[in-house]
Design a protein around this ligand. Structure first.
Ligand code: COA
Length: 260
């Protein structure tokens, strides 16, 4: 994977994709957005990791937003294209069929919080500060933030954050369900790895199908979501992992899943 503003490494079934522009607090310029989408598509085409962690380089920021220098040059049509491309990149991340965990080390603002929201799970360090401050710049969130934040934390809490631009710390974010876990400062990546390891102990096909059922089902009316879930429940019976999981339980031993 050849990239200018992202780094990627994979080890022990966990991939770590890092936004690497620390001197700009990892702000998402158009090049970085394009690389994010390309990286997500490449990871979708490989089979060597079971969990992806997304993080930002340096101790100060996950991602401090879309690149404000670029935003200042926008016209109505280029702004529309910027939002389209950002949304496509984040949809590629969210659409991965392996769990994606945001490891939030510091600022996750604007496009940075939107990126974290496109991940399936979020681990925040104590020094994390999250918000959608766009209205303070005279713009609105454009990478899906108005949609995903309201779906995750409810419309009242989301609207307060969106309309005031107020930033919330890790503990408050955990109370509102915006992040799953809070860890010590400097430990976001480690905390995300721990969560990844807990996921990797399970049957990888079952994890992937459960992720699909939850993520895709939430876009459907409940009855359609349940029918979709039932279809995937049926599909799982075709896997060797299901036989192994149930047999291991009956034989009182740990399962050895193969992803088949
Ligand atoms: N886009 C472009 N550059 C950014 C940026 C962004 N979103 N966020 C930070 N930077 C740059 C700063 O301009 C600064 O560059 P400089 O060294 O050339 O002056 C550098 O990153 C370091 O940031 P700085 O502001 O000096 O750090 P700080 O600790 O004083 O403040 C923040 C940190 C996050 C509070 C502040 O950078 C900020 O408010 N950033 C914008 C956040 C935002 O509104 N994001 C939503 C955009 S839609």
């Amino acid at each position: 994977m050849k990239m200018e503003n992202l780094t990627y490494e994979a080890k022990d079934g966990i991939g770590v994709l890092t936004v690497n522009r620390p001197d700009r607090l990892n702000a998402l310029n158009s090049q970085t957005v394009a690389e994010l989408e390309a990286a997500a598509r490449e990871i979708a085409g490989t089979n060597d990791i079971g969990v992806l962690i997304l993080t930002g380089a340096g101790p100060k920021a996950f991602v401090a937003g879309a690149d404000i220098a670029e935003l200042s040059r926008m016209t109505p049509m280029s702004a529309r294209r910027t939002a389209d491309r950002g949304q496509a990149a984040l949809a590629a991340v969210e659409g991965l069929d392996i769990p994606v965990i945001a490891a939030i080390n510091g600022f996750a603002l604007g496009g940075g919080l939107e990126l974290a929201l496109a991940c399936h799970l979020r681990v925040a360090a104590e020094n994390a500060l999250m918000g959608l401050p766009e209205v303070g710049l005279g713009i609105i969130p454009g990478y899906g933030g108005t949609q995903r934040l309201a779906r995750l934390v409810g419309r009242g809490v989301a609207l307060e954050m969106i309309l005031t631009g107020r930033k919330v710390g890790a503990q408050e974010a955990a109370r509102m369900g915006l992040v799953n876990r809070v860890v010590d400062e400097g430990q976001a990546l480690e905390g995300a790895r721990e969560l990844a390891t807990a996921i990797l102990a399970n049957g990888p096909l079952a994890v992937s199908l459960a992720l699909r059922a939850t993520r895709d089902g939430l876009e459907m009316p409940q009855a359609a979501g349940e029918a979709y879930e039932a279809g995937l429940f049926g599909l799982v019976t075709a896997t060797t992992d299901m036989k192994e999981g149930l047999t291991a339980f009956m034989e009182k031993r740990r399962p050895r899943f193969t992803g088949q």
